[in-house]
Design a binder for this molecule. Sequence first.
Ligand SMILES: Cc1cc2nc3c(=O)[nH]c(=O)nc-3n(C[C@H](O)[C@H](O)[C@H](O)COP(=O)(O)OP(=O)(O)OC[C@H]3O[C@@H](n4cnc5c(N)ncnc54)[C@H](O)[C@@H]3O)c2cc1C
Length: 407
Amino acid sequence: MAMATDLSYVIVGASIAGLSAAETLRTLTDAPILLVDGDPDAPCDRTALSKDVLIAPEVGDGVFLRTEAQLAEQRIAVRRQYAAGLDASRHELELCDGTVVRYSRLLIAAGASPFVPFAVAPDVELHLVRSLADARGLRSQLVDGTSVAIIGSGLIGCEVASATRSLGLETSIVSIYSGPFAKPLGVEVSDYFRAMQAQAGVRTHYSTGVTRISARAGVVQIELDNGAVIESDVVVAGTGVLPNVEWLAGSGVELDNGIICDDCLTTNLPDVYAAGDIARWPGGPFGELIRLEHWTNAADQGHAVARVMWGDCQSAPDLPVPYFMSSLHGKRVQSAGYPALSDECKVFRLADGAGLVALYRKKDRLVGCLTVDKPRLLVKFNALLSERASWHQALERATELLPAAVT
Ligand SMILES: Cc1cc2nc3c(=O)[nH]c(=O)nc-3n(C[C@H](O)[C@H](O)[C@H](O)COP(=O)(O)OP(=O)(O)OC[C@H]3O[C@@H](n4cnc5c(N)ncnc54)[C@H](O)[C@@H]3O)c2cc1C
């Protein structure tokens, strides 16, 4: 691999993808490396924001991935500014304060931001959970006796509901879907999580949308499209995210639900790369263009793209099978592969509520696995995913490993 010399590397976004890229680059080169990010708390462990930060205030500084001093020790510079524009023909990045930064190679790892698809009256404090400041703001409201309404039944909504129930707070969840994770994981798995929520005391309003949120005498009123109105003290939205690409309008970089990249995470512009939640690359099981919102994927892509940026991309970096972990109502939820892209799901329920394994098929292949409280089985099916095992092989293995499961 040819080594690039006399370069300066600029990275937009100092979260897990950007940080991983910067630290890997530093192991490869002495060239200047600059991280650009307007969030004063970056880089922090975003996965803790809807879990420990809400329930365990003692987390404190443990949420930060690196201190400024640790970055400085590695000679990784940081500019606390947002990027505002890109002129790739001049190799120039414009920052919000009007300054221009020149780069030899640019990585865009600017992630994604929450999207709110309903009207909110100006006097309502709608909580989002993306930054550390968001999570701390929400945490400060979660005092005894508070009721919490959560809009959205994806990861953020379900994790916040799990946290607020563990604090003993009255919790409602509202979603247009028929249950938690119904879209990415399928109805049967969704039903399992829905029963888990009911058991934990979450009040659920599924298959109904929010039309408007207003406030009356300090109480939030959530109007639903079925005519019902939910009242609560605190309201949180976990209604999905959109990639942070507005600042790239007019730059010429190809955008379509993220930044379009090839399998080397290279964009259509010279010397411009993307990684993490913002990157849409042909990483699906059959080479489909996908964009993941997973912590480990962002880290893996950060490490991989650093190697591509430093040297020539002679072959696409070998990225691991996507992996995802969560914790809901005391249960460990893990997923590998691409359940959301599947054609069929087969669920294996273990006796006495001892957990669940779901396998996902696309065409003739195993493409995904989800487990609840079965980490060893996740490892075994993950190995089959890495080997690109057939659906038939996966079912045979399931019969061996789960002889007593109910399907
Ligand atoms: C509350 C929460 C809980 C989560 N829990 C899990 C989990 O349990 N498991 C899991 O796998 N995943 C989880 N995720 C998803 C995971 O955190 C993301 O996939 C991961 O953070 C993506 O990393 P990233 O570096 O691509 O982008 P991000 O973490 O989104 O970071 C992007 C950075 O870019 C900066 N930025 C944005 N625009 C600009 C700009 N114009 N100029 C400069 N900087 C900019 C932002 O300030 C930010 O610091 C969770 C996410 C959230 C919000």
